[in-house]
Design a protein. Structure first.
Length: 145
């Protein structure tokens, strides 16, 4: 079974191999990043910020992992940053993170099934190196078996 580190890297590889834009991928939360960027943060956000659910089957047969893919774009010009962000979270297109995961739900690992379940915190100010960026959190569930 793929472990947590494998799944994090699988998410980044799947996204960066699909997206046409020069998108920087980080499988861990970093303090300083190049933009535009996608960072993998375990936890579903909201009130129940649970990262892993191990109660799905007996004998440790299946795990469900929840992630927030933090998408960061430059805020220098608000409309340009949001347009770029829109491309990353759109349903389809050459820069669609949703389409990347839809097309490769096993994340190249063979023993997982990933699905984008939503977007939260759209347009929120996310800081990197004390610089405000525009961003959103793409919510992903990954079943590992």
């Amino acid at each position: 079974m793929s472990d947590l580190a494998d799944i994090r890297q699988g998410l980044i590889d799947t996204i960066c191999n699909y997206v046409d834009a020069d998108l920087y991928g980080y499988s861990y939360m970093e303090d300083v990043v190049n933009l535009p960027a996608v960072l993998v943060k375990p936890g579903g956000g909201g009130r129940d910020d649970k990262a892993g659910d191990f109660t799905v089957t007996m004998q440790r047969g299946t795990e469900i992992w929840s992630f927030q893919l933090i998408i960061l774009c430059q805020r220098g010009h608000p409309e340009a940053g949001q347009r770029q962000l829109d491309e990353f979270i759109s349903k389809t297109g050459v820069n669609s993170i949703r389409q990347a995961i839809w097309d490769t739900p096993d994340l190249g690992l063979g023993d997982v099934d990933a699905m984008v379940t939503g977007v939260s915190d759209y347009g929120a100010e996310w800081k990197s190196a004390n610089v405000d960026n525009v961003g959103a959190a793409v919510l992903v569930k990954v079943h590992a078996f």
